[in-house]
Write a protein that binds this ligand. Structure first.
Ligand SMILES: NC(=O)c1ccc[n+]([C@@H]2O[C@H](COP(=O)([O-])OP(=O)(O)OC[C@H]3O[C@@H](n4cnc5c(N)ncnc54)[C@H](OP(=O)(O)O)[C@@H]3O)[C@@H](O)[C@H]2O)c1
Length: 323
């Protein structure tokens, strides 16, 4: 009996060591890449001549458009407001010299893909950034108090990722080369009360992305999902930046160093550390889940629906993580 117990404890000990080793390897990989960029500067350009970015008119999508152009790619900008797209196109062409195409499309609709397909015809697309997304409520709100138009959120956050991937992946497959970056959110890593539809739509992006990477890795395609927390953009009403809240430019520049790190990343070291902290709290206890407990406590303390109409500064501390 004593021997069995001893073996059991050895087994448990080894298991705990293994879990910590895996966490440590993931963390060190991120630190390593932070200081010693592994993918050479030419890597992104080697994927193909063109990069396609959805939701390119502002925020993170705009930052990807500029950065990928700086890395030597021509860019296709797809978004809602043509004036914003035209201004970005002109600036890229003048300051960087890359070619730019713009496509006006509203991703809350599902009848736009034939038009986009036609516009993308004959381009050698090496990179697709599925960035477009909408957050129905910036401030926390109960599900029944969120806008009725759930279909728009589903089209914009879910259908866009699937349909754009379907359009472009088949050409990448035949070239046996390509990079797809799917912008999910830290809100996908745990179920976030008061952001339920957004959080669930982003969890879809994570699962879809990781399953697809397993299918297409052997064919030379890199599919990576990014799960950032707060980034200062119009979506987050330009939250003040700090060690955690990045500017879109900082976030994009750093995240492009990590495209070969694996099928999922937060995109920046600060957010990676935050996730590890969440996971370690989650890992230590099993019942009740302390992360969910914390979230539920916040929900009851914040009295969410009363926040609406408060000045931005007073609301900032309520929106630390969700984006
Ligand atoms: N910001 C964050 O803290 C954060 C954190 C985690 C994940 N994310 C994710 O990152 C992505 C980009 O976020 P962001 O903060 O950069 O967003 P943003 O500031 O709201 O910018 C979004 C861009 O997408 C365009 N867009 C929005 N809805 C569209 C639609 N229905 N059809 C076509 N274009 C549309 C906007 O068009 P207009 O130019 O016409 O306005 C804008 O150019 C989203 O998927 C978001 O969920 C953001």
């Amino acid at each position: 009996m004593g021997e069995v117990l001893e073996q059991f404890f050895i087994f448990v000990g080894l298991l705990v060591c293994l879990v910590h080793l895996v966490k440590w390897v993931r963390f060190s990989k991120c630190i390593f890449l932070h200081f010693w960029k592994v993918s050479p500067r030419s890597f992104l350009k080697s994927m193909g001549q063109w990069a396609v970015i959805t939701g390119a008119g502002d925020g993170i999508g705009k930052a990807y458009s500029f950065e990928l152009a700086r890395q030597g790619l021509n860019v296709v900008l797809i978004s809602r407001t043509p004036e914003k797209l035209q201004a970005i196109a002109t600036e890229i062409e003048w300051t960087i010299g890359s070619s730019v195409k713009i496509i006006q499309a509203d991703f809350t609709k599902d009848d736009i893909y034939e038009y986009i397909k036609e516009k993308l015809k004959d381009l050698e697309i090496g990179i697709l950034v599925n960035n477009v997304g909408m957050l129905p409520n910036l401030l926390p709100r109960h599900f029944l108090n969120t806008p009725d138009d759930i279909q728009s959120l589903i089209h914009c956050n879910i259908t866009s990722v699937v349909k754009m991937t379907q359009l472009i992946l088949k050409h990448m497959e035949s070239r046996r080369k390509g990079l797809i970056l799917n912008i999910s959110s830290g809100a996908a890593l745990f179920p976030w009360p008061l952001y339920s539809t957004y959080s669930a739509s982003k969890a879809f992006v994570c699962t879809f992305s990781k399953a697809l990477q397993a299918e297409y890795k052997e064919k030379g395609i890199i599919i990576q999902v990014l799960t950032p927390y707060a980034v200062s953009t119009p979506m987050t009403k330009y939250l003040n930046t700090n060690m955690i809240t990045k500017t879109a430019e900082e976030f994009v520049k750093e995240s492009l160093n990590y495209v070969t790190i694996g099928d999922e990343t937060c995109g920046c070291l600060a957010h990676e550390i935050l996730t590890l902290m969440f996971l370690s709290i989650k890992g230590k206890h099993s019942e009740p889940d302390p992360v969910m407990g914390l979230l539920q406590q916040c929900v009851s303390e914040v009295a969410p629906d009363s926040l609406h109409g408060l000045p931005q500064a007073e609301c900032q501390h309520h929106i630390v993580l969700v984006g």
